[in-house]
Design a protein around this ligand. Structure first.
Ligand code: CA
Length: 491
């Protein structure tokens, strides 16, 4: 799994901007199944990981946001169940769930978000130092673990990359990978958010205003480089930065420059991820493990790459809530197949358990993808997917919302977070309780809400009913947990 890897930046998904070639990830798609509608339950690093490990929504596993939540490692998780079933289990890479991993025979994780160059890590509770690039190191450690495991037992390895999470620092060998390419702009880079509500107007996640030109766009040299590394870094960035500063760009030209620098850095990180996926696939091939190993490539959520003028994630919208998912299982999944069912990374826990012949706990809320692998989607497969984002007020200022995504529509309810902040007057001043409805067939970019449009009256009524049916089925409390929103005291 990668962190914040947008499906628009996987060439197997064929996005119209043709941002990058990812030959190794694409190979998994050629040899397995590409899922075109894989959705996450809460588009944020920690919550998405908690959902994957537990097969549950945030209100069940208790990890709602990245501010005040600590993962309760005593709850039922996939690794614990597989460990109990005789599997060797390991997690290597980004964890970001605050408490120590449980259910793993071995773990080596980045503290918090971790850093890209020369990252310290925590190995089974002990601090360790590493020199090099984080994506290479996580892969090296993953391969080391695979090599030393007991070959008489089955295994589950979670190789969870940090890249391409902000602050998007590529491997030094890749800095010149795009030869100063000028990237095609997304249609909605200068979105003015007309046709949508307060939340879109009030967010703080634009490339134009929120992205920090110094740190995010590399006007300053990172502090964690060795002198040799710094030389390579400066050789690439410094002359380009000087040329940029001389131009004294502003307005749209500045935003376009920032977008291009962001694409260079973000896609440079993806290049490192793809190369390292190739290393793991090669190891599986060389050892003969490939024929009897399920390989999954995914991300903890999607990411905006300039659509709506944004970077980051959080929203129910398609760039954010949809994540890449590609699964290879020789002999079970037909090579080169694709699927458009509404699936979720929350379904993976049950999928793994079924694949391992294990019982699925009542508490889990996903559904095994196993029948879909054979092209036999159950007739009662979900036709609406429930989504709920909480973290607010927080970085990027995206208001809490829940809703459903279907094959054609997205319905979202933005609402006031109440009962958690002592400053009720401040909350009352925010008129943010409203709904939005998007028709993907007519508005693929989700640019104009048709909520309240009489032409959509029946659709609207049905989808609202569906939201509340799903809330009841998924045991969403009527009142959100007061700790769900995060930074409550810093309203
Ligand atoms: Ca993430």
């Amino acid at each position: 799994m990668a962190d914040d890897h947008a499906w628009q930046a996987v060439s197997a998904y064929g996005e119209s901007r043709h941002l990058i070639q990812t030959p190794n990830i694409d190979r998994l798609a050629q040899e397995g199944m590409r899922f075109d509608r894989c959705l996450v339950v809460n588009s944020l690093c920690g919550p998405s990981r908690a959902s994957m490990l537990t097969g549950t929504y945030s209100h069940i596993n208790g990890f709602y946001n990245n501010y005040n939540c600590r993962f309760d490692g005593s709850q039922i998780t996939l690794p614990k169940l597989l460990q109990k079933a005789g599997y060797q289990t390991a997690i290597i890479g980004k964890w970001h769930l605050e408490t120590d991993p449980t259910g793993f025979d071995h773990w080596e994780i980045l503290p918090e978000q971790g850093i890209y160059y020369n990252p310290p890590m925590i190995r089974d509770g002990q601090k360790v130092k590493h020199t090099g690039y984080v994506t290479d190191i996580i892969t090296d450690l993953s391969l080391d673990w695979l090599k030393q495991r007991d070959t008489n037992k089955p295994f589950m390895l979670l190789c969870w990359q940090k890249a391409p999470h902000r602050i998007w620092e590529p491997a030094l060998r890749d800095l010149d990978f795009d030869h100063d390419r000028v990237y095609p702009l997304p249609d909605s880079l200068f979105d003015d958010y007309s046709g949508r509500g307060l939340a879109e107007h009030d967010q703080s996640m634009t490339i134009a205003n929120t992205m920090r030109v110094n740190e995010d766009n590399k006007l300053t040299t990172p502090k964690d480089l060795t002198p040799e590394q710094k030389k390579i870094w400066d050789n690439y960035y410094v002359p380009r930065n000087e040329a940029f500063l001389q131009k004294k760009l502003n307005g749209r030209a500045l935003t376009e420059w920032k977008y291009n620098r962001f694409m260079h850095d973000y896609l440079g990180c993806i290049r490192g991820v793809d190369d390292n996926v190739g290393r793991i696939l090669k190891y599986l091939n060389d050892t003969g493990l490939a024929t009897n190993t399920i390989v999954i490539y995914s991300s903890d959520q999607g990411f905006f790459l300039g659509e709506h003028g944004w970077f980051d994630k959080r929203w129910i919208f398609q760039e954010s809530a949809r994540t890449p998912l590609i699964i290879r299982w020789p002999g079970v999944i037909q090579a080169g197949s694709t699927n458009k069912d509404l699936v979720s990374n929350m379904d993976l826990a049950e999928t793994f358990l079924e694949a391992a012949g294990q019982a699925i706990p009542e508490r889990m809320q996903g559904r095994s993808l196993r029948p879909i692998f054979n092209g036999a989607t159950p007739t009662d497969w979900r036709t609406a997917f429930y989504y709920h984002y909480y973290e607010y007020p927080a970085d990027h200022n995206v208001r809490p919302h829940y809703g459903v995504i279907t094959d054609r529509y997205t319905l979202a309810h933005f609402y006031k977070p109440t009962a958690y902040n002592p400053d009720q007057a401040a909350i009352a001043a925010i008129p943010n309780d409203y709904w939005e409805l998007f028709d993907h067939e007519k508005d693929a970019g989700e640019m104009h809400s048709v909520f309240g449009d009489p032409a959509y009256a029946a659709v609207q009524t049905n989808l609202i009913q569906e939201v509340f049916r799903l809330r009841a089925e998924l045991k969403e409390p009527a009142q959100d947990d007061p700790k769900a929103f995060g930074r409550a005291t810093e309203f």
